[in-house]
Design a protein. Structure first.
Length: 205
């Protein structure tokens, strides 16, 4: 009886020792890094960010292109305005269109054709030699000569008015040939359509 009581605890202890002696399998490693769902979300976020960046860059390029086009047009309109107001000059006691004046007038024609709302006043001037009455008449002939030249390209006479100032309002008040050459001229004033000037290159005509 004593032996049995002693044998039971010993057997139990042996079983415990045997159990402890067996190797237990290691636990599975803890997962590391993003999950597949997180990777998919990161990819989607990256694509969306790239698209937003492309859209912003495209909008910036478009805005820059529009600004550049507007600036180029503003320069072209300013140049056209300057051409419309460019003077032409005449030989002494003449109202004939000189070759240099013809080149200027042809540039005006191109702009006027592209800008149907523009109207001009043509002002005739003379140098100081000759009587006041004669110079008023000569200035009138000079303005009329230019108007007829412009109308010869199909421009309506209603777009032009003429006036003579004779020897009044000299550009150069000196009394020498250089001053007189400057003062024998026609000047041009835009009387209508100043905000409707179209450079020929952008008119589509």
């Amino acid at each position: 009886m004593i032996v049995r009581r002693f044998a039971v605890p010993v057997l139990a202890a042996m079983l415990v020792v045997a159990a402890c002696g067996k190797k237990q399998p290691p636990p599975p490693p803890a997962p590391t890094g993003p999950t597949p769902e997180e990777l998919a979300q990161r990819r989607a976020d990256s694509i969306a960010a790239a698209r937003r960046a492309d859209s912003i860059a495209a909008a910036r390029r478009e805005a820059e292109a529009k600004a550049a086009a507007a600036a180029a047009r503003a320069r072209a309109v300013a140049a056209a305005r300057t051409t419309l107001q460019e003077m032409v000059h005449f030989d002494f006691d003449k109202s004939d269109i000189r070759p240099d004046a013809e080149a200027i007038l042809q540039r005006k024609v191109a702009i006027l054709r592209a800008s149907p709302d523009v109207q001009l006043q043509i002002q005739g001037y003379c140098d100081e030699r000759g009587s006041e009455e004669y110079n008023l008449a000569l200035g009138q002939r000079r303005a009329e000569s230019v108007r007829k030249y412009l109308e010869g390209f199909g421009l309506s006479d209603s777009r032009f008015t003429i006036i003579s100032y004779g020897e009044e309002r000299p550009l150069d008040p000196a009394h020498n040939e250089d001053a007189w050459a400057q003062n024998r001229r026609d000047q041009f004033v835009i009387t209508a359509g100043a905000n409707a000037i179209n450079p020929p290159s952008t008119s589509g005509n």
